[in-house]
Design a protein around this ligand. Structure first.
Ligand SMILES: [Zn+2]
Length: 240
């Protein structure tokens, strides 16, 4: 179920893998996608399975991701805003972002009890959704923030046209890379890491390459037959 799982003080964090769900092939089995050709009932059951294991009884602040740079304050009422980053200082509210090559980023300041989650693909990296989430957390009182970079397609695998590499690296130079077959590529994780470091965030690299890992979903590898994994974070109640 989990590619990685962490706790830091009252904060629980995890990145899921593709196992222990109910979806059939090719989405087998823990597909957490909001959309796509997989059975909606299976996707709903997968979400229930993950939430029941990760944070039994907690609420979910869900997003409908749009590759933007907007950050919202988590809404426990169940709305699903068009947005790629969410922050909260409420306990027992799970923040979740979905990805299948893009970078899921989890953020936490356990001392002040402020957490965040962001989804950064090529567009989100260039438009700064991750530093925007960090800034919103600081408005809520966060001071010493740690950021976990989850599974995503690596720079050796993420080939892009030369012009696209030029465009993104003009904003985030650290993202410029070369594929293992010698063509222009982007290292989204290196870009996010540079943005986090510049924002004063301590970085934990919890990444593996989605395209190269059979236990993870990869859109680059499987196209429309790829499901989605997730990054999850919540503050446990009663600990602070
Ligand atoms: Zn790779």
């Amino acid at each position: 179920m989990y590619a990685n799982r962490f706790s830091l003080g009252p904060v629980d964090l995890a990145f899921t893998d593709r196992y222990d769900g109910v979806s059939g092939a090719p989405f087998d089995s823990l597909n957490l996608a909001l959309e796509g050709a997989d059975d909606p009932d299976a996707r709903a059951e997968n979400l229930r399975i993950v939430l029941a294991d990760f944070a039994p009884g907690a609420g979910l602040a869900d997003l409908h991701q749009v590759h933007g740079s907007e950050v919202v304050l988590a809404d426990p009422a169940g709305a699903r805003p068009d947005c790629d980053a969410v922050v909260t200082d409420r306990a027992d509210l799970v923040l979740m972002v979905r990805a299948a090559d893009c970078v899921p980023v989890l953020l936490a300041d356990p001392a002040t009890g402020v957490v965040g989650a962001a989804h950064a693909g090529r567009k989100g990296l260039a438009s700064g959704v991750v530093p925007a989430a960090v800034a919103r957390m600081r408005e809520l009182g966060a001071r010493d923030i740690t950021g976990w970079i989850g599974p995503h397609v690596c720079g050796a695998c993420y080939e892009v046209p030369e012009g696209m590499r030029t465009e993104v690296s003009a904003r985030v130079p650290e993202a410029a890379a070369t594929s293992s077959w010698g063509t222009p590529s982007l290292d989204l994780g290196a870009g996010v890491q540079a943005q986090l470091t510049a924002a004063g965030v301590q970085v934990v690299d919890a990444s593996r390459c989605t395209r190269e890992s059979a236990d993870l979903y990869s859109h680059r590898r499987d196209g429309a037959r790829a499901g989605r994994q997730a990054g999850l974070v919540r503050i446990r109640s009663g600990v602070r």
